[in-house]
Design a protein around this ligand. Structure first.
Ligand SMILES: Nc1nc2c(ncn2[C@@H]2O[C@H](COP(=O)(O)OP(=O)(O)OP(=O)(O)O)[C@@H](O)[C@H]2O)c(=O)[nH]1
Ligand SMILES: [Mg+2]
Length: 607
């Protein structure tokens, strides 16, 4: 199945043509029939000569219903543009065309109707040129009459050619079904309808809806019950749960980013080739949604939109921006009606960083300058995972998917992906941070992983572990300056263990038995001391570097003078260590021996 929307000035014969092509009535409301005017979206379908089924979303042409027109066209891949032969190009013809251009609709055909009333040729020429200028290239022009049936056979064949050219949507794509109608069916509950552009919906599916979840109880496609449907299709979904209303979307949970903030690139519309200065408040349209938004210019055609409510968005989505305040006041089809559609906006980021500091906006613009360059969404290029990582630096694979990008390459750990340049920068920062920590706290055997995570501002501890590479190593939840050059791997490991043990009781030097267990003989200890990983106090007595000055600081707090036994207690160690440690301190002038029993700390040593 394919879906085509109508477009064109009020009263130009859109609904009449849809009626003639399908035999169905697109104007369902009594008021529409009484006034001869489409107010709400109309739905009708037919089978084309090829056997392909085609559904129409028939939109209103009246300027007052532009919002409804946009809701109908939003999710639809192609358009049947209708112009009356007897009236020619009119203001809403222009406004609808600008809207299609902004939304990036590139496929369609031109039906110049009411050809029984006037010569269609000049209108075919003018309208054809305008459509081509707006990016609807390769559009076939047909001359028809909804009243006499003239040209309808050729139109059906042209519609067949049009739909056969449309790109085939991915049935595995995540679902986002913009709701364009909600109603209740007695005995079944709530039913919503919409145009499913891609992906698959199946009975029993649980889909996100307005912050909650809704279960698909039943499905219909063109009034026929189905158990599963893939886009493109018009679907009616019987729901349990959720809070459905027009403008909301049913979507695959986790596959879209619910956001009220988006950085976008503007694309000028209406053939001016220039960027108009946007007002500070606009309405953003996507799918069937219309949301008021505040506009913050970043520079270079880039703006940040703050939406009044969150929308499920992907990078690469295209929004239409219009000025809701600018009413034409000219009446239907009045001359000089102002163009209210101001720009298309292609979404570059759905999780943009806060702009706090002065000049942050300009920096952000520079950062986004090359992103997803040129063109808008449906036809243009979209920023890829690599580009998103360049600005976000670190993202989970799940976040990338929710942003609309398939992760590329290998994760750095778990589900985390990193920008390669940023990752190596982080590696360098970690080495620096660990070195600074070691210099400031020589008694500690290394920097706790959590402290390093904090220092680097990383969101996950596993990232710290993944950044550790030689000569850094992780033992016992700490990052240690691992084997310095020349220290063999097993010795380095044993020394790290020893340092970890010493960090718990810094003055209790390991006994000979423990050293032997760790395989640390005199040669190994000497190498570790040379590498600055241990401090030699005496033969077979090693502590962490800096333990001596730390001991002196503790001893200075004792009542002076003090005995070996008092020092031993204060340092929480044994006589075996206390005696040589005090002698080591004596040699360094950190303690002073008064007699056979007493020592004191010189006043200067405690400063
Ligand atoms: N003579 C003639 N009249 C037509 C033709 N098509 C439509 N009309 C008449 O034009 C008027 C408007 O037709 P609609 O089909 O309602 O126009 P529309 O474009 O759907 O109008 P809106 O939905 O309100 O924008 C009606 O009175 C139709 O009978 C045609 O091919 N020939
Ligand atoms: Mg109509």
């Amino acid at each position: 199945m394919q879906v085509v929307a109508t477009a064109g000035h009020v009263d130009h014969g859109k609904s009449t043509l849809v009626r003639a092509l399908t035999g169905m009535e697109p104007d369902r409301l009594a008021e529409e029939r009484r006034r001869g005017l489409t107010i709400e979206l109309g739905y009708a379908w037919t089978t084309l000569p090829s056997g392909e089924r085609l559904a129409f979303v028939d939109v209103p042409g009246h300027e007052r219903f532009l919002g409804t027109m946009l809701a109908g066209v939003g999710p639809v891949p192609a358009v049947m543009f209708v112009v009356a032969a007897d009236e020619g190009w009119m203001p809403q013809s222009q406004e609808h065309l600008v809207a299609l251009e902004a939304l990036g609709v590139r496929h369609g055909l031109l039906a110049v109707t009411r050809a029984d009333l006037a010569d269609a040729a000049p209108v075919v020429e003018e309208a054809g040129a305008r459509l081509a200028a707006a990016g609807l290239t390769g559009v076939e022009a047909l001359t028809v009459s909804g009243h006499t049936g003239q040209g309808l056979g050729a139109l059906r064949q042209a519609l067949d050619r049009l739909v056969s050219r449309l790109p085939a949507p991915d049935p595995e794509a995540p679902v986002r079904l913009w709701i364009d109608r909600v109603f209740s069916v007695r005995g079944s509950g709530t039913v919503v309808t919409g145009t499913l552009p891609a992906g698959r919906v199946t009975v029993g599916d649980e889909l996100a809806l307005g912050g909650g979840l809704a279960r698909v109880r039943a499905l219909e496609c063109l009034k026929e019950p189905v158990t599963s449907v893939t886009g493109v299709a018009r679907v009616a979904v019987n729901l349990r749960g959720g809070a459905p209303e027009r403008g909301r979307a049913l979507f695959t949970p986790g596959a879209w980013t619910m956001t009220d903030l988006a950085d976008v690139r503007l694309s000028p519309v209406g053939g001016t080739g220039e960027e108009s200065v946007l007002p500070g408040r606009l309405t953003a349209h996507i799918g069937s949604a219309a949301v008021v938004c505040a506009v913050r210019p970043l520079g270079d055609g880039l703006v940040r939109l703050r939406l009044a409510g969150p929308l499920p968005l992907h990078v690469g989505d295209v929004l239409l921006l219009r000025d809701p305040g600018r009413a034409t006041g000219q009446g239907v089809g009045g001359e000089g009606a102002e163009v209210r559609v101001l720009a298309g906006a292609s979404v570059l980021d759905v999780r943009p960083p806060a702009l706090r500091r002065r000049g942050a906006a300009r920096l952000r613009a520079a950062e986004l300058a090359g992103a997803g360059q040129a063109g808008t969404g449906r036809a243009g290029t979209v920023p890829g995972a690599g580009e998103l990582l360049r600005t976000h630096r670190l993202l989970r694979g799940a976040d990338l998917l929710a942003m609309g990008c398939v992760p590329e390459g290998e994760p750095v750990c778990g589900d985390w992906y990193a920008d390669p340049a940023h990752w190596s920068w982080l590696g360098e920062r970690l080495a620096e941070t660990v070195a600074r920590h070691a210099a400031g706290r020589p008694l500690e055997p290394g920097m706790p992983v959590e402290a390093a995570r904090n220092a680097l501002g990383l969101p996950d501890r596993r990232l710290v572990a993944a950044l550790v590479r030689p000569p850094l190593a992780v033992t016992g939840g700490r990052i240690v300056s691992g084997p310095p050059p020349g220290l063999p791997e097993p010795v380095a490991r044993a020394v790290s263990r020893l340092r970890a043990e010493l960090s718990a009781r810094p003055f209790l030097a390991p006994e000979a038995g423990r050293l032997a267990e760790l395989g640390l003989g005199p040669r190994e200890l000497a190498a570790a001391v040379r590498a600055g990983m241990l401090l030699r106090i005496a033969e077979g007595i090693v502590l962490l570097p800096g333990a001596d000055t730390a001991a002196a600081r503790l001893l200075a707090r004792l009542p002076q003078p003090f005995t070996v036994s008092q020092a031993r207690q204060a340092l929480d160690t044994s006589r075996r260590v206390a005696v040589p440690l005090l002698e080591h301190l004596d040699r360094g002038g950190l303690t002073e021996r008064l007699d056979g029993v007493n020592r004191r700390c010189p006043v200067t040593a405690t400063r």
